[in-house]
Design a binder for this molecule. Sequence first.
Ligand code: SAM
Length: 301
Amino acid sequence: MAELTEPDPIREQVREKYAAAARAAAARGPAPSSCCGPAEVALTDAAGAQVFGDALYDPGESAGAEGAVGASLGCGVPTAVADLHEGETVLDLGSGAGADVLISARRVGATGRAIGLDMTDEMLELARANAQRADVRNAEFVKGDIENIPLPDATVDVVISNCVINLSGDKAKVLAEAARVLKPGGRFAVSDVIADPAMDDATRADMAQWTGCIAGALTRREFEQALAAAGLVDVEIRETHRVHEQAAAAIIRARKPDAASCCSTHALQACCEPSAKSPCCGEPASTTAPATCGCNSASPT
Ligand SMILES: C[S@@+](CC[C@H](N)C(=O)[O-])C[C@H]1O[C@@H](n2cnc3c(N)ncnc32)[C@H](O)[C@@H]1O
C-alpha cells in the first residue's frame, strides 16, 4: 500500500492550477468550456477545432454525465477504447471533475466499480457533486497521488487516465503503480499527450507548458519504453490529433501479462502479488526466466 508522496515543486504548481480550474468550473456550473492548458497552450487547432475538453466526447457516450463532461480537461476519451464490461473495477488516474469515472461507472453497472483518484481537493469535491447530480452510485473519488496509488496490488481490471500522466514528475513510478494495481490480464487504456521527438528545449523548460500538459509529455518511444519497464505488454500508441505544434494527443493501450505468462523479467516484477508468485519469481533479475516461473494457479485474477 502506498505511502504519501513528498511535496515537489512541479506537483504543487500542477495542484494550484487544477484547484483554480475546479473552482472556476464549480462557479460556472455545468457549462461546456475549459481545456487542459493555460492561456499559453492552444485550446484549439489551427482550424479552430477544440483539441482539449468536452468537444471530444460523443454526446451519446456521455449521456447522464454532462455536468462532468462540461468540465473535462482531457485530451481524449479513454472510455471509448477501454472496452469496459459489466462487473469490472475501473481506476481513473487524475479523475478531475469525474467525467470518465461517471461514464465508466455506467458501463460497468451496479456490480462494477469506478474509482477516481486525484490529489486536488477542489477537483474531488467537484467530481463528487457531479456524481451526485448524475445519480451515479457505484463511483467513488479517492484522494491521493498517482505516483503512490492508495489501492492494494492486483485489484483493478482497467486503468484509465485522461491527460494526466504527462503532468507527473515521476512517470516511471506512475506506470509501475498502474501495473501493480492491475490484476493479471488487466488493461491500461489512457489518453495522453506525446511530445514530438524534436520538441525544443525552451518548450520543455516552460512550466506553464508543463502544467498545461505539453512540456512534461514523453515521446512515443519514451512512453513505449516506460510501459515495458513497468512490465506491461502489447503496447499500442495511436496519435489522435495535434494539440500543439510540437505535441499530439494519443490513445495508449497496454496489458498486464496473464498469470500464466508471467515469465519475462519485467513481468516477474509486476504480474502478481509476491505471495502468489511461484518460487523462482522475485529472484535477482535474469534475462531469461525459467520455463516454470509464473504465478501460482491460486493467484488472484
Ligand atoms: C488535465 S486535468 C485532467 C482531469 C480529467 N482526467 C479530465 O479528463 O478532465 C489533470 C487532473 O489530474 C490531477 N493530477 C495531476 N497530477 C496528479 C498527481 N500526481 N496525482 C494525482 N492527481 C493528479 C489534477 O488535480 C487534475 O484534476
